[in-house]
Design a binder for this molecule. Structure first.
Ligand SMILES: [Zn+2]
Length: 173
């Protein structure tokens, strides 16, 4: 859209500005910035505003890995369905019922273990991972310290955490 001022108005010989015949009743046209330019300006302003309130790097997501308190897993038990979770959830992850804090361990039985030959984060190969059925509790993933796989059914004890991962050691080693 462009201005029509040059078409609508003319200046008489005495210097008075008047509208041209046929243009007297023509509504004045607004002269606007082209929409794309206006939108660009709005987008620039929005981006500037957002850059002030949104951090450049997103926050680190919550770490879902279990953690130990006094050598036992800090978990929760649902008062409605009895489900055991390896985290302190305020609501049951299965039925959304109320929960109570429960600590599981300090030992468990190996469900399965395997040696990993790939680097994963800070874990340099080879290392051993195992799923542990915690005494009267949930199944959790842990790193086996000592370097050897533990056969299914083997008893292990939680020894701590390394780089946020639970660690276990075969009982008797
Ligand atoms: Zn439940």
């Amino acid at each position: 859209m462009s201005s029509v001022a040059g078409d609508r108005w003319h200046r008489r010989a005495d210097g008075v500005k008047e509208s041209r015949p046929g243009h007297a009743d023509t509504p004045a046209l607004e002269v606007r910035e082209p929409q794309t330019a206006g939108h660009s300006k709005l987008l620039r302003e929005a981006a500037t505003c957002l850059s002030k309130v949104v951090p450049a790097t997103p926050p680190t997501p919550a770490d879902p890995r279990p953690c130990l308190i006094g050598g036992r897993i800090a978990g929760s038990t649902c008062t409605a369905c009895g489900h055991n979770a390896a985290r302190r959830h305020p609501r049951c992850e299965r039925c959304l019922g109320n929960t109570v804090a429960t600590d599981f361990g300090p030992t468990g039985v190996v469900w399965s273990s395997a040696t990993v030959h790939l680097r994963i984060g800070e874990l340099a190969p080879p290392f051993v991972l195992a799923y542990i059925d915690v005494d009267a509790g949930p199944r959790v993933l842990a790193q086996v310290v000592g370097g050897n796989e533990v056969p299914a059914g083997g008893l292990v004890r939680f020894t701590g955490e390394e780089n946020g991962n639970l660690t276990v050691k075969a009982v008797g080693q």
